[in-house]
Write a protein that binds this ligand. Sequence first.
Ligand code: ADP
Length: 541
Amino acid sequence: MMLRGQMMEMPLLISDLLVHAETWHADSEIVSRTVEGPIHRYTYRDLGKRSRQLANALKSLEIKMGDCVGTLAWNGYRHLELYYAVSGSGAICHTVNPRLFPEQISYIINHAEDQALFFDLSFLPVVEQIASELTSVRHFVLMTDRANMPKDSSIPNLRCYEDLVNSHSDQLDWPEFDEKTASSLCYTSGTTGHPKGVLYSHRSTVLHAFASSLPDSLDISAQSAVMPVVPMFHVSGWGLPYSCVMNGAKLVLPGPKMDGVNLYELIEEEGVTMAAGVPTIWMMLLQHCQRNHLKIHSLKRVVIGGSAAPESMVDQLAEHGAEVRQLWGMTELSPCGTTSTPKFKHNGCDIATLRHLQGKQGRPIYGVKIRIVDDENQPLPHDGKAFGNLQVKGSWVLSQYFRRELDDNHTADGWFNTGDVVNIDTDGYMKITDRTKDVIKSGGEWISSIDLENILVGHPAVAEAAAIGIIHPKWDERPLMVVVLKEGMSATRDELIGFYEGKIAKWWTPDDVAFVDELPHTATGKLQKMKLREQFSSYKW
Ligand code: ADP
């Protein structure tokens, strides 16, 4: 006979994270670089109070449970207030990526049927451009104060955020509801077709916050000063706006200025201990430090995800005293899946072993199951050699895209196909070779374009590199490197090809190098290989 446990049940709700922080970490700071210019600073006490005022304001705008509220905003305190006020009220905080094309932004807002749109001053022009095409938005709110409101705007009844917040009381008891209620929404950037929505729940978000705070994941604590450089419009800023609040960590939000100069200044002035973002960001920061002979002091850890972290970047950050931890994730995973953290047995290991581990995307965080399968969906061994399609399962993994028919991304037994081609070793460390659609197949064997790219950006003259497969009469495909050189630097084809010597198997060596001024990127900063392949479709060996 089943005997039920006798413990209390509390729904896992996002508003509870805030209540906890406000009560027990009331004076911990949240520092934001604002769109208007100055640094803004306040505490979890203030965040709690203003989020309740905003929740009351949302009520006055007749935003109800289940309604979507769109945001087009940088990492800043007002965006954070929206995260809590909207979800805390039972509505859905829909973060929209402002780097998308205007047509995609309108598509996403209309598809989600956003009832209100909150946006930073930087995005006033794009909202003015698309406002007339937005079919569901009833309220447009500019996230600024009265002094910075435009004299006139083509948007009818444009509201001022500060007026809205200040005209409401901070008296509110957060409503209690089922933890499976939808809390937030983010669309994948989608290199082909329309973007697809991933609808998170309170339960998945809070579980993800627990798991991503663990010492072997992102390691968030009340002793940390965390700077999420990953935008809050991209997979909830990797969940940091939740995990930092859960733990009462100091939050440092860089606003619109994510360049080397401004990031360096914030890190040094605010004593940032941990920062998270895509490789491009760290490249800019390191270049700024190198050019100006600067040393980074407080930073202990940098979490790099979204794209693979090149070894040269890991080395350079180590020189500044910051340990790199790779994070592998996806919008569909809220996003944390694996982190490249060493184990006890690696204590005291040599630098080559450590770099080898850091070069992998990492081992699974408890709560996420991973496996690899072949093209017939048969599981492959975890021996660090067999390559296959990565599939995942877990409580913060998407079960179905928002307002879409069932898709072919899930297997009959409930695994989600990630579209990444990887191997997994006996310790669980996973290494990505490629996106399924980007693999280079030479003589029936895979060549890892990620490895080829990461090695080449270690060359002093190379700013960025992309590997693509070009049809070859004998080998089906051979790798071509498309390279952007650093300003004022030069390098020849032979020099770059020679740079691979001793670093990879000989047959992996790219056959040629093409120099270009820039590479195509998606709205989230990833290389757009499809476009590049089109660009080089008539290339002949
Ligand atoms: P995000 O960029 O936030 O992780 P996306 O959903 O935009 O989420 O993209 C997910 C894809 O990004 C993954 O399927 C994988 O191909 C790639 N990716 C994510 N993290 C890494 C990483 N650490 N190394 C290499 N590729 C990564």
